[in-house]
Design a protein around this ligand. Structure first.
Ligand SMILES: NC(=O)c1ccc[n+]([C@@H]2O[C@H](COP(=O)([O-])OP(=O)(O)OC[C@H]3O[C@@H](n4cnc5c(N)ncnc54)[C@H](OP(=O)(O)O)[C@@H]3O)[C@@H](O)[C@H]2O)c1
Length: 201
């Protein structure tokens, strides 16, 4: 698969590395420092490109930018044409010390959906920190939320290839429960507990 990573920070680099190890083609984009990005890409055998070029022939896009840069990154991507987009964002303040107060019913996911109108959007890779997903004492569960069954299945496959357990939901209300500051955000659940927890969202 061809995967574009928009925002190659802690999340973007973690999953870019895993997917390169699984044999996928990965392109990193959206940076303040092109040389730094190129160095990170060469470490894992990835390419770099502008956000627009990275997504143009991608099968899947990982959108992993800080909350305050959602609109800017989306503008740099430009129009999408039915690509599967994984939204990993959480609504933290720029210094990451607290959660941004959103309007009733609004989530980071709804903001990304508005900013990326052509995307087949899937909320995933958001509910656990990159340190948590490497914890050998946990069976890390990633919630994969979308009303698009085919896109969910593609993303669950990538979650599994990254060594994690995918727990799917087609219920959009699961987004608020699993994004920060929802009750399932960073919750150390196994797959059975995670499925049970979703039924009460
Ligand atoms: N960290 C976690 O454990 C974790 C887990 C789950 C979800 N999330 C969410 O996933 C998203 C990404 O988190 P992250 O921790 O990977 O973020 P991060 O480490 O700060 O990485 C974001 C990347 O965005 C790029 N970027 C481009 N323009 C930027 C600008 N003007 N200012 C800042 N960054 C800019 C940066 O690339 P360059 O460095 O190349 O400039 C940076 O590496 C966030 O919404 C976060 O809440 C984080």
């Amino acid at each position: 698969m061809r995967i574009a990573v928009i925002g190659a920070g802690a999340v973007g680099m973690h999953y870019a590395r895993k997917w390169r190890e699984a044999g996928h083609t990965v392109t990193l984009a959206y940076t303040r420092n092109r040389d730094g990005l190129a160095a990170r890409a060469s470490e894992i055998g990835a390419e770099t490109a502008s956000p627009r070029d990275a997504v143009s022939d991608a099968d899947v896009v990982l959108f992993s930018v800080p909350f305050e840069h959602i609109r800017d990154a989306a503008q740099q991507i430009g129009p999408l044409h039915d690509q599967v987009v994984i939204d990993s964002t959480n609504p933290f303040t720029p210094d990451r010390s607290s959660v941004v107060e959103l309007a009733p019913g609004q989530t980071a996911f709804s903001i990304v959906a508005h900013a990326l109108p052509g995307a087949r959007l899937v909320k995933a890779l958001h509910n656990l920190g990159v340190v948590q997903v490497e914890d050998p004492h946990q069976q890390p569960v990633i919630f994969v939320v979308s009303t698009d069954a085919e896109a969910r299945s593609v993303v669950s496959g990538l979650v599994t290839e990254a060594g994690l357990v995918a727990v799917e939901s087609d219920d959009s209300s699961a987004v608020a429960a699993t994004e920060a500051p929802g009750r399932l955000f960073t919750a150390p659940l196994d797959a059975t507990q995670a499925r049970a927890a979703l039924t009460t969202t």
